[in-house]
Design a protein around this ligand. Structure first.
Ligand SMILES: *Cc1c(COP(=O)(O)O)cnc(C)c1O
Length: 485
């Protein structure tokens, strides 16, 4: 029997006068709180016994789905295993008790971590220097575009107001360009899912500030024409921007700096295994090639002899202090604990896992772009469309089997997109289990479509009205009556 108190808020479990905690006796004499600081009504706090509180929050935490309790094949978001050692290092009191304004001499260790990560990222990407200031991938994109704008302004080249973005790009790319005050120009993809060079050529001119590219792109494909595209963009005076949110399949294999890119961002919370979801925490370091270092934001960690120092000049400054430091610590721990040789295994294993799933299921799910993928790929829903079972139905049915759904209805190139990314961490057993369940759902769609369309049958709540939830979210709890009993 399930005795979980689903749907109850802690306030609804409250009984007037019930206590789970007693304050220690006052040892310091009586001090009257000034009348103007005193509240006039009682605080509306729940009153519960200790076991109710413990069970309430433990049950809630068990409703949460994460990489630690199940397979999480969320394409583009790269939900990797987060090694426990990352957490241990990130929670060392010597790091967590630091104050951002304490003297430089007293936090040399933390500055060394930042400095070394800047260097490691530069080596991994083939660029000259990095800033760890931006706090998300999109934040990194904005920073990178600010750097590009600063570069053009420094040359008094003010007519460069356009950014070329492929139609397969992550939605943050055009959004970042718009926030930076630049105009977005879309370039189409070919039927093979790569940037269409012939569609690009007529867009070029002396008003192009930059072209943004994602590689492997959002369909999980390696953009083969990068050398030609980089030459076209550079010849017209623009810069090449690399969206490296998901650099994982490329680690140690190919470097954006060597491909002709000038500026890029990385998502530490994807490529370098730090936990994310529900909006954070993140870190989107930005790197630049030689010659663009002066446009990097401050604060920036430098090394003078044996001593680490921080440069503050408030140029292109985007984030508070030295960035999201505990995310930085996790990424640095991940890089050090894998080491150079093992980092090179991340890409091949992620690629193998993705291709294995794709090939095992393409007889029952529609594969719009065939051929080898990198770390992720896109199905366009079930192959047999006659049942009326949609990608949304398949995603909801997966929940009944204890799997997180893949990314769905993105990228926008296919109506029933279902984007799967297994990552390099998963065992063959886990992946086979996932394949079997997706095959079973395809079979159910034919034999009993209503079973799939009515899913999930086994989750704490069934389907929510997505549109209503997005447009009229109820984000606060209205206290009904203080006294529940
Ligand atoms: C996730 C992602 C981003 C945005 O990163 P956030 O940290 O969510 O802002 C940008 N580009 C690509 C390709 C991504 O996958």
């Amino acid at each position: 029997m399930n005795n979980k108190l689903y749907g109850n808020l802690i306030f609804e479990l409250s009984h007037k006068g019930r206590k789970g905690y007693t304050l220690p006796k006052n040892q310091f004499g009586h001090h009257e709180i000034p009348a103007d600081l005193k509240r006039t009504d009682d605080a509306q706090l729940p009153e519960c016994d200790e076991m109710t509180v413990v069970r309430h929050y433990t049950n809630l935490s068990e409703d949460n789905f994460g990489v630690d309790n199940g397979f999480y094949p969320l394409g583009s978001c790269t939900m990797k295993y987060n090694p426990t050692i990352n957490e241990e290092i990130a929670s060392l009191p010597a790091f967590t008790n630091l104050h951002p304004l304490q003297p430089i001499d007293s936090c040399q260790g933390a500055l060394e971590v930042e400095y070394q990560l800047q260097k490691d990222l530069a080596e991994i990407t083939g660029l000259s220097d990095f800033t760890l200031n931006p706090c998300a991938g999109a934040h990194g994109e904005l920073t990178g575009l600010m750097i590009i704008r600063s570069y053009h302004q420094s040359r008094h080249d003010d007519k460069r107001i356009k950014v070329i973005v492929p139609d397969s790009a992550h939605g943050t790319n055009p959004a970042s360009a718009a926030v930076c005050g630049l105009e977005v120009v879309e370039v189409k993809s070919t039927a093979d899912g790569l940037v269409d060079v012939e569609d690009l050529k007529p867009l070029l001119g002396d008003d192009i500030a930059a072209m943004m590219m994602t590689n492997p792109n959002t369909l999980g494909l390696f953009e083969k024409e990068i050398p030609e595209i980089a030459k076209l963009i550079h010849d017209c005076g623009g810069l090449m921007y690399y969206d490296g949110a998901n650099l994982n399949p490329m680690l140690g294999a190919a470097r954006p700096g060597d491909m002709g890119f000038d500026v890029m961002h990385l998502n530490l919370h994807k490529t370098f295994s730090t936990p994310h979801g529900g909006g954070g925490p993140g870190s989107g370091p930005v790197g630049v090639r030689k010659g663009l270092e002066e446009f990097l934001p401050s604060p920036h960690v430098i090394k003078n002899g044996d001593k680490y120092d921080v440069v503050y000049d408030h140029f292109n400054h985007v984030g508070a202090f030295l960035g999201n430091f505990t995310v930085i610590l996790r990424a640095y721990t991940y890089i050090l604990s894998l080491g150079k040789e093992n980092l090179k295994m991340v890409g091949p294993l992620a690629t193998l896992n993705a291709n294995y799933i794709k090939e095992s299921l393409k007889d029952v799910y529609e594969l719009p772009i065939t051929g080898l993928c990198k770390h992720e790929f896109v199905f366009n829903g079930l192959k047999d469309k006659s049942t009326g079972v949609t990608t949304m139905d398949v995603a909801k049915r997966l929940l009944d089997f204890g799997y997180h759904a893949p990314t769905i209805y993105f990228p926008l190139l296919f109506h029933e997109a279902m984007m799967i990314e297994p990552t390099e961490n998963e065992s063959k057993d886990t992946i086979d289990g996932f394949i079997n369940v997706l095959r079973q759902i395809a079979k159910e769609a034919l034999e009993d479509p209503d079973l799939v369309k009515g899913a999930p049958h086994d989750a704490p709540i069934s389907r929510v009205d997505d549109v209503l939830a997005a447009k009229h979210p109820i984000l606060t709890y209205k206290q009904l009556v203080n006294d529940n009993n």
